[in-house]
Design a protein around this ligand. Structure first.
Ligand code: NAD
Ligand code: UDP
Length: 314
């Protein structure tokens, strides 16, 4: 009998928010993990606990440059996700999405690895259909300030399916909807971490526009469970993974104020260009193919996230 093979996983963006939670989950199995990151928005502290472990390796590398590694699974997460960070150098963001995915697919093809792409609900742009099923083709501005990210992820999806058609590369494409939890950066710029950081510092919460735009927030543990099931399952995707409970941004601000300090004010700022007005995933495909649905409510997830942010400033 041949011994059971230990899978070797490459996680690009592994020192980031989602990547480091995935590292934790895979390190709890018997699998090997190579964490690759250029530390643009990721931090070594996120994976500190595994440094020195015999099944863990950490590589400083930029995915826009090819790399040769012997791996069985590639979890391709490298790309800044917060609008503040992906708009900091939009040309670099587009390069990371296109060249990074191209390089990782090339690697997957050479070594026969399966690749999962962390795509996004942003491929639907500012959607005209609500909620958004995977069959919706999207409404994306090709020339706006979000386009480097939105179009970057769209071409990344295209590359995956062309590698599958041309080279039979095994792919999994996951469309991630807004996800939050511990290890988001204090200055990450995304709404949940912004509101928590502001509230804990006694500052008013910054509402962009009138706060009537909606998002559906998924807690990180639910998201990672969906990611692992997609990688291990048979369905290539694209597949929405997110929490279908929808909130206005004003409702989110009220929940966070209520928990931290109900006296805090709100300050209105202008709505950034192309900011999607509504977003909510249809998750029937994930339910059917992966038997997956989120279990953690926004309220429970916020509690865990706030406790984590509080522990940072104590
Ligand atoms: P994050 O910014 O915390 O993590 C991204 C990681 O990629 C960071 O560690 C960063 O340093 C690294 N990185 C960026 N450019 C790189 C490059 N050129 N080479 C190597 N490493 C690079 O963001 P996140 O929330 O953890 O997002 C992870 C992935 O999931 C991203 O691809 C993002 O587009 C996708 N996603 C996330 C969400 C969400 O709500 N968190 C939603 C949709 C999609
Ligand atoms: N937003 C806000 N205040 C903030 C940060 C964000 O009102 O301090 C809004 C933002 O305009 C958007 C929503 O919250 O409508 C979600 O923004 P985020 O950057 O978290 O994610 P994305 O727009 O990529 O979904």
């Amino acid at each position: 009998m041949t011994p059971k093979k230990t899978l070797r996983n490459l996680i690009t963006g592994g020192a980031g928010f989602l990547g480091s939670h995935l590292v934790d989950r895979l390190m709890k199995t018997e699998q090997e993990v190579i964490c690759l990151d250029n530390y643009f928005t990721g931090r070594k502290e996120n994976v500190n606990q595994w440094i020195g472990h015999p099944r863990f390796e950490l590589i400083r590398h930029d995915v826009t440059v090819p790399i040769q590694l012997e791996v069985d699974r590639i979890w391709h997460l490298a790309c800044p996700a917060s609008p503040v960070h992906y708009q900091f150098n939009p040309i670099k963001t587009a390069k990371t999405s296109f060249l990074g995915t191209y390089n990782m697919l090339g690697l997957a093809r050479r070594v026969g690895a399966r690749l999962l792409l962390a795509s996004t609900s942003e491929v639907y742009g500012d959607p005209e259909i609500h909620p958004q099923p995977e069959s919706y083709k999207g409404s994306v501005n090709t020339i706006g300030i979000r386009s480097c990210y939105d179009e970057g992820k769209r071409i990344a999806e295209t590359l995956c399916f062309d590698y599958q058609r041309m080279h039979s590369t095994e792919i999994r494409v996951m469309r991630i909807f807004n996800t939050f939890g511990p290890r988001m950066l204090f200055d990450d710029g995304r709404v949940v971490s912004n509101f928590i950081a502001q509230a804990l510092q006694g500052k008013p919460l910054t509402i962009y526009g009138d706060g009537s735009q909606t998002r559906s927030f998924c807690y990180v543990d639910d998201l990672i469970e969906g990611m692992i099931r997609l990688m291990n399952g048979e369905h290539t995707g694209p597949m929405n993974i997110g929490n279908p409970r929808e909130f206005t941004i004003k409702e989110l601000a009220d929940l966070i104020r209520q928990r931290i300090n109900p006296e805090l004010g709100l300050v209105q700022k202008s709505l950034p260009a192309d900011d999607p007005m509504q977003r909510k995933p249809v998750i029937n495909l994930a339910k059917k193919e992966l038997n997956w649905e989120p279990k953690i409510s926004l309220e429970e997830g916020l509690e865990l996230t706030i406790e984590w942010f509080e522990s940072l400033i104590k």
